[in-house]
Structures are given as structure tokens and as C-alpha cells.
Design a protein. Structure first.
Length: 272
């Protein structure tokens, strides 16, 4: 089989639906702009679709000047690249606490009005170095406001396998991958240890444990039972449901849709 990179996605603001790309730059903490912004509550804790499924109704667009946000019943919000108040604040994402910059009072009001709760939009500056969890960190890799790793890969065949088991299929956007590959067998990515996409080598370090966010319909913002219910029937490892693989890059560079994917090493034992 010829394996290729079928899709590239970034999620500039964590948990808002993603942006599709034909080309994307691999940087030290993930694809360029990926999850560099995050919405936090009054205590500085990350706000996501887990608590507020209606975040799925937001739309973010990347322009030359910055980001543009749209939401039902709201005027457009524009955030310029480099825009921030200069105010540093401690924010919490899962077990990690790190420094971020408050973007603007206008952004805070806009997101607070939409969500119906007091919140702030924050940005991760280059000075913040959030390390990938130690047990799987190969070379002091860092990440942005992702859940844990800078890259998530899923194959189209794995989604096809899942959808063949369900009454109503779900799209790939439920799983928020950065990299989607075609030309594999279902769950072939579970067996990979090291791959090369274009000119960049990636280490496939850990299966991705899936949460309730995958049950939020990205069109309606309504939470349901699927696909976790079906996945739990055949993709459960211990108490966790696995779908997709977390990756760490060896270098920076550029990825393009259509890039060849080469499997350089496979695992001795498959975790999921």
C-alpha cells in the first residue's frame, strides 16, 4: 500500500473546531499556531467542549493579520497576531500549570458573552516551555495547550472501521487530529514506532485515550453517547478507550497534503 498524508489540521484556540491546511509548518511545540491560545475560567483553568459543548458552534479562521472568530448571534471578533495586554497569568491545563498572556478585554467579553460565564482568552508565549509527560518524552519535547502531545495522527481506515460498526457514522472532526493518513489497514498506526512524513521523522509514542469531547456533534454542539459507546466495545485498554496515536517530531520543517508516509520501525508490542 502507498500511505499518504490526506489531511492537515490545526486548532489555534484549544477546543474550537479546527482549520484545514494544504501546507503546515512543524515547529518545536506542534504545527504552527496549533493550540497557542486557550479559553480559561476565572481560576485560570482550561475551558473546553467537555464543560461547554456549545464551543463546537464557534468558528475560527486564520488570516494574514491574525484570527477571526464567528459565533451564532455574535459579531465578529478579530485577534491580531502578537496582540496581548502584556499581563502574565498562571493557567492550568490538566496537571500542568504554566504562564500565559491575557490577550484583550474585548476577547474576554466576547467569549464570556457567548459562553455565559466569566472567562479569558490567553496566549502561550515562546518563553513558556511546557514539557511533554516525562514517561514518553524522547528529547525534552515541548507542547502547546494540547492535552498532552504536539501531534495526533489517525488513519482514514480506522475511522472507516469504527463507522462500519455504528448506525450513524461520525466524521473525523470528532477526534481532532493534526495528521490524517490514507492507504493503510484499520489501526495500522497502532503498530508504528517511527515514521517519516515528507522529510520529517516522527516517533509514535503513545495511543490516545479518548474522552467525552468525542461525543459532541461539531455541527449542533449537542452531546450524545457515540462514538465512545461503540469504541468501548473493542478499543478499551483497562479503563481507557484508545483511538489515534500521539507523535513527537525529530525536527522542524514543512508538511504538505499528499506527502508520502514511510513506516521506518514497528513496535514489538501493540498497546491498543
Amino acid at each position: 500500500m502507498s500511505i499518504t498524508l490526506a489531511n492537515l489540521y490545526t486548532y489555534p484556540v484549544k477546543s474550537i473546531p479546527g482549520v484545514s491546511h494544504h501546507l503546515a509548518e512543524v515547529q518545536d511545540r506542534g504545527l504552527e499556531l496549533d493550540r497557542r491560545w486557550m479559553i480559561v475560567d476565572s481560576e485560570g483553568v482550561a475551558i473546553t467542549q467537555r464543560q461547554y459543548p456549545k464551543i463546537a458552534l464557534l468558528k475560527q479562521t486564520i488570516t494574514e493579520q491574525g484570527l477571526v472568530f464567528e459565533a451564532p448571534g455574535m459579531s465578529l471578533l478579530r485577534v491580531l497576531f502578537g496582540e496581548n495586554t502584556g499581563k502574565s497569568t498562571a493557567v492550568k491545563i490538566w496537571k500542568d500549570t504554566c504562564n500565559a498572556l491575557v490577550v484583550s478585554s474585548m476577547a474576554d467579553v466576547w467569549f464570556s458573552d457567548f459562553l455565559g460565564t466569566t472567562c479569558q482568552l490567553v496566549y502561550m508565549p515562546d518563553t513558556t516551555q511546557r514539557l511533554v509527560e516525562e514517561a514518553y518524552n524522547i528529547n525534552q519535547h515541548i507542547t502547546s495547550f494540547s492535552d498532552a502531545y504536539p501531534f495526533l495522527l489517525i488513519s482514514e481506515a480506522s475511522l472507516d472501521d469504527l463507522n462500519s460498526r455504528m448506525e450513524k457514522p461520525v466524521p473525523m472532526n470528532r477526534f481532532r487530529p493534526n495528521l490524517v493518513v490514507s492507504g493503510t489497514n484499520a489501526f495500522a498506526e497502532d503498530t508504528w514506532k517511527k515514521i517519516k512524513i515528507g522529510d520529517i521523522i516522527f516517533h509514535v509514542v503513545k495511543p490516545c485515550a479518548r474522552c467525552v469531547l468525542t461525543t459532541v456533534d461539531q455541527t449542533t454542539g449537542i452531546k450524545g453517547a457515540e462514538p465512545l459507546r461503540t469504541l468501548s466495545q473493542y478499543r478499551k485498554v483497562g479503563t481507557k478507550v484508545m483511538f489515534g496515536q500521539n507523535l513527537l517530531p525529530e525536527s522542524k520543517g514543512q508538511l504538505s497534503v499528499g506527502d508520502k508516509v514511510e513506516v521506518l520501525e514497528v513496535k514489538d508490542r501493540v498497546e491498543a
